[in-house]
Design a protein around this ligand. Structure first.
Ligand code: HEM
Length: 246
């Protein structure tokens, strides 16, 4: 990744420099025309109207590449794949979705128009609940602490506990998929693909502090996913085009 990433950065910088020399003046933010993210970052970094303290180093630019690929691309691609898989297994849902999408008069919808399609919305929620593309996340405790629990539990020595103790340095797993499919919250059908559940969600779901849709799919709190609105509309746009066409 480093070798290829640095090579890409070098090539893009050289191309920008060549263009700048041809024009006979420094590159400015308004000159940025290419739309791929790496070029946008590098050009913005080289712009003469950006102060030195706002520039990223090549290493910092490179560190954004896994974010583009893994966080920004692979997750949404996986979500869309699971949506198509689920629709294939449930032709009735597929038919109902297709009927909704075929009622739209145009092929290109704005973000708000895509978000206003109710059945598409429930299909996406249901997919991201059953199949969260990031099935778990981890945290490392920076100090000794206790994690409160809803219900007291028995530890491995048979003692009843009212919280979970963690020590500085412990790794804690956030079981996103397990929580999304928890029968105690979502009911006995928690493992089934049922978009209709979103018409009346159970009261217990209100206790899930995810950033979106009472789910932990995009995590929650200050380090929740920054790209979730973008990802949702991207998935909807892909499904809109594919389900209408085929
Ligand atoms: C279905 C699609 C996506 C899912 C399921 C998803 C899920 C998540 C989750 C669970 C986290 C928290 C990870 C952790 O705490 O360890 C996260 C963080 C993040 N996501 Fe997403 N994500 C998606 C799409 C995107 C997109 C499209 C972008 C960028 C355009 C993006 C950018 C990020 C970034 C930068 C973080 C780190 C935020 C931080 O630590 O402050 N994600 N995402």
């Amino acid at each position: 990744m480093r070798r290829i990433g640095m090579q890409l950065i070098r090539e893009k910088k050289a191309a920008i420099m060549a263009e700048t020399l041809e024009k006979g003046q420094g590159v400015e933010r308004k000159d940025i025309r290419e739309r791929d993210l790496l070029t946008l970052l590098i050009r913005a970094n080289m712009a003469t109207d950006i102060s030195e303290d706002q520039r990223l180093t090549d290493d910092e630019v490179l560190a954004q590449v896994p974010t583009f690929i893994v966080a920004g691309h692979e997750t949404t691609s996986t979500a869309t794949t699971w949506a198509l898989f689920s629709l294939i297994q449930r032709p009735d849902v597929q038919r109902k979705l297709r009927e909704e999408l075929l009622q739209v008069a145009t092929d290109s919808l704005a973000m708000d128009e895509l978000n206003a399609l109710p059945y598409l919305d429930t299909v996406v929620r249901e997919t991201l609940q059953r199949h969260p593309p990031v099935p778990m996340a981890t945290r490392q405790a920076s100090e000794n602490d206790t994690i409160p629990v809803d219900t007291p539990y028995k530890d491995r020595y048979g003692r009843m506990r009212e919280h979970i103790e963690v020590k500085k340095g412990d790794l804690v797993i956030l079981p996103i998929l397990a929580l999304n499919r928890r029968k105690e919250i979502w009911g006995e059908d928690a493992h089934e693909f049922k978009p209709e559940r979103w018409e009346h969600i159970p009261e217990a779901a209100a206790s899930v502090s995810g950033v979106w849709s009472n789910l932990l799919t995009f995590s929650g709190g200050p380090r929740a996913c920054i790209g979730y609105r973008f990802s949702l509309v991207e998935t909807k746009a892909l499904l809109f085009a594919l389900v209408r066409a085929f």
